[in-house]
Design a binder for this molecule. Sequence first.
Ligand SMILES: C[S@@+](CC[C@H](N)C(=O)[O-])C[C@H]1O[C@@H](n2cnc3c(N)ncnc32)[C@H](O)[C@@H]1O
Length: 254
Amino acid sequence: MRFDVITLFPDLFAPFLTQGVTRRAYESRQVDVRLWQLRDFADDNYRRVDDRPYGGGPGMVMLAEPLERSLAAIRASQAEAGYPATPLVLFTPTGRRIDQALVREFAQGPGATLLCGRYEGVDQRFVDRHVELELSLGDFVLSGGELPALALLDAVTRLQPGVLNDAQSHVQDSFSEGLLDCPHFSRPEVLDTPEGPRPVPPVLLSGHHADIARWRREQSLRITAERRPELIEAARAAGRLSKADERYLATLGL
Ligand SMILES: C[S@@+](CC[C@H](N)C(=O)[O-])C[C@H]1O[C@@H](n2cnc3c(N)ncnc32)[C@H](O)[C@@H]1O
């Protein structure tokens, strides 16, 4: 899988690509990340890649022409390496919100070409000609598309085979079954706190795998019902809730 990233700040990526559980996937090129400095495709001595917006107003706009040249270079590099031309993704607050279903789709695909916006955004003519997908990290405004690109890279990479030490780990994550994750506990068995001793829930020490699985499932259901009730409705509509799940939800009045 290959990701080509168009950015004005390639140095922001190195700290993320060289740390943590995903590091090996990047170093071995299981997930091959290529960084493209947009300024390398400027055509003046100032390496200018932005200009004022037509119609006036604040801020600057990323110029179409350097973007066209950078994309042509990426396509040539992909073709030379025998890769397909991967879909061009633009990060923008106006895009579709990134969620785990989308991450799973990317995790099974050939990768993508990621365009990290800066300034007020990208000349719309380039967007219209080339961008296949516009993605948002959430309903807030960042100063650039690098963090959304890193978020997508990280979420996709941890789903690749062998990346997580325990392959089951992501199966239990939030959203993997359409529900939020359950709480987790580790040593000590009893934590001393100023409010008094805080023991681990006894079922987790019982050794009964089925009881533990049931408790975790119920905690997931409870937390999801409290925080994201629409996810319970979606799981119900998709037939992902068992009779035992429904019995438990009924005890919560749902
Ligand atoms: C200052 S923002 C531009 C915001 C844009 N004028 C707007 O109001 O929608 C600069 C760049 O950051 C990125 N960006 C900011 N917030 C984002 C978000 N929530 N999701 C994805 N990308 C974002 C985009 O690439 C955007 O082009």
